[in-house]
Design a protein around this ligand. Structure first.
Ligand SMILES: Cc1cc2nc3c(=O)[nH]c(=O)nc-3n(C[C@H](O)[C@H](O)[C@H](O)COP(=O)(O)O)c2cc1C
Ligand code: SF4
Length: 516
């Protein structure tokens, strides 16, 4: 009898010795003359339990975690007995409450399948979205994506189907699909998880996009800090070519290439990314023209985030109505939310839009890892606002967050306990902008540097009242005068820190005093 053991090979699991655990499992199995088959999966996203080892039994996959190499023999013995008599045992993986509470549509296969195996992908329903897309034809595919309500998961939340329609309606001999896998937002890792844990779903989504708009070539632009994702995507593309899923003939023609970024946050901005893909320095292009009209090499280009593209197969496979039924308001479907920072249970939690921030942080995240009270959370990456506990009733929804001067961005939530100094966080936001600015426009290039200096003066107590006024003015200029969202959204973390945590700046902000 061969025992199948599933051990994540995802970068997050590798960082906590998943390879060593796999080696220890082999040694323990050999000592017991046991035949084992170790499958290196992606992560299920329960990062505080990694390495989360699963052993196949007649009842299902029994989960153990976090497993250290020294625990391997005990886990194996427990799994071969009744599976429960081990302090690391969590019962059936699928029944772990944190996992069971989720609605996994985009991440349905992540942590389950062997990401290297196209056969396994098919066995778990892979390519059924593509099959339906081929039977529907381009126009109906676009209509299906429009009807699903899917919005871009990279940050701006633009309707994916509308973007595709624009590219489809733009006549050109050559069009491109570009996948934005730069994933620069702090506390985010969902793109990486998909690429390492279920790379074929991204390939399938990109092929469907190609069919829909008439593009024959795609690029996956992956940040260089993701070597495992680059390797996983490259291997999956080779496998898809061998399997003729990526084809150069009828009924469609579509091929893909991986390109590595070079480490600039602004290269995640779509036009800057296109410059980088073309081999130029990553600076932002003025719009118009939109990339949909003149993008990569001047050709009509769909540029979408990993999660947007990886969600398209499930939309096609299960139908627009099924996807649209989840969510609230104009935020349809599910969002893969990433809990990070000082949080007890950090990881990937995919759920329908509408869950409140408080539920996510307190209930699902379990509060802070330090055990101290939660003081603030930053939602939506380095350009996202800081939310105090008083706003924890905000539902996870694009419009609800915008109404409170925030954004959900790529779905990252970074938790801070009561030891955080919010004036320092505001300074960090400005400094980040100054360091990462592409330099094309003045409000961002000069404004961010002046912003750091002004916050330093406030922190030192140098004429606080007038410097707080200067900071507000500066934020206003950056918000409305910047060419892209790097300069335009940096005021969000700065002003939210000032508005909700004025005590850290040593003074009541003037506009709040005026309102009282
Ligand atoms: C400074 C900056 C950085 C960005 N970084 C990313 C990123 O890392 N990944 C991403 O998908 N979108 C990023 N975006 C958003 C992209 O410009 C663009 O909206 C997105 O790729 C479109 O795909 P979507 O419609 O599927 O979200 C960034 C935007 C800005 C202004
Ligand atoms: S806002 Fe900053 S990053 Fe964006 S175009 Fe202007 S200088 Fe470049």
């Amino acid at each position: 009898m061969t025992v199948r053991i599933f051990i994540p090979g995802d970068a997050g699991a590798l960082a906590v010795s998943a390879d060593e655990v796999a080696a220890a499992m082999r040694v323990a199995a050999a000592a017991r003359r046991l035949d084992i088959d170790i499958v290196r999966t992606g992560s299920r996203g329960l990062y505080w339990l990694e390495p989360l080892v699963e052993v196949a039994t007649a009842a299902g996959r029994m989960a153990y975690g976090p497993v250290a190499p020294a625990d391997a023999a005990g886990v194996l013995d427990a799994a071969l007995a009744d599976g429960t008599a081990n302090p690391l045992a969590h019962g059936l993986a699928e029944e772990i409450p944190w996992l069971k509470r989720q609605t996994r549509l985009t991440f349905a296969r992540c942590g389950v399948v062997d990401p290297r195996s196209i056969v396994d992908y098919r066995a778990h329903g892979g390519f059924s979205g593509l099959e339906r897309a081929l039977s529907l034809g381009p126009q109906a595919v676009i209509e299906e994506v429009v009807q699903s309500g899917l919005r871009g998961r990279g940050g701006a939340g633009f309707p994916t189907g509308i973007k595709w329609r624009t590219v489809a309606q733009t006549a050109a001999a050559q069009k491109y699909i570009v996948c934005n896998a730069d994933e620069g937002d702090s506390g985010t890792f969902a793109d990486r998880m998909i690429m390492e844990g279920d790379p074929f779903v991204l390939i399938e989504g990109m092929i469907i996009a190609g069919i829909a708009v008439g593009a024959t070539k795609g690029f996956v632009y992956i940040r260089s800090e993701y070597p495992h994702a680059i390797a996983a995507m490259t291997a999956a593309i080779h496998a898809a070519r061998r399997d003729c899923v990526l084809s150069t003939g009828a009924p469609y023609t579509f091929d893909l290439e991986v390109r590595a970024g070079a480490g600039a946050y602004v290269c995640g901005e779509e036009t800057s990314l296109l410059e980088s893909l073309e081999g130029n320095r990553g600076t932002v292009r003025a719009k118009p023209p939109l990339p949909a009209h003149a993008g990569l090499f001047g050709k009509p280009t769909v540029i979408n985030n990993v999660l947007s593209l990886a969600t398209v197969p499930v939309v096609l496979a299960q139908g627009a109505a099924h996807y649209r039924d989840f969510g609230m308001g104009r935020s349809r479907g599910t969002m893969p939310i990433q809990l990070a920072g000082n949080v007890r249970r950090g990881g990937l939690f995919e759920t329908a839009f509408g869950i409140t921030l408080g539920e996510l942080v307190d209930d699902i995240g379990g509060g802070t890892a330090s055990g101290r009270p939660v003081r603030a959370v930053q939602v939506g990456g380095p350009l996202g606002a800081y939310f105090p506990r008083a706003l924890f009733d905000t539902p996870f929804d694009y419009e609800a967050f915008a109404a409170r001067d925030g954004l959900i961005g790529h779905g990252g939530i970074v938790v801070f306990d009561d030891s955080v100094d919010m004036a320092k966080q505001a300074r960090f936001a400005m400094e980040f902008c100054a360091l990462e600015s592409c330099g094309k426009c003045t409000p961002c290039r000069i404004g961010a540097t002046r912003g750091v200096e002004t916050i330093d003066r406030i922190i030192c107590g140098d004429d606080r009242a007038s410097n707080l006024g200067v900071l507000e003015d500066l934020c206003h200029t950056m918000k409305f005068g910047s060419l892209c969202a790097l300069g335009g959204f940096t005021p969000y973390p700065v002003m939210s820190a000032l508005t909700h945590f004025p005590e850290d700046f040593g003074a009541r902000p003037p506009r709040l005093e005026a309102a009282e």
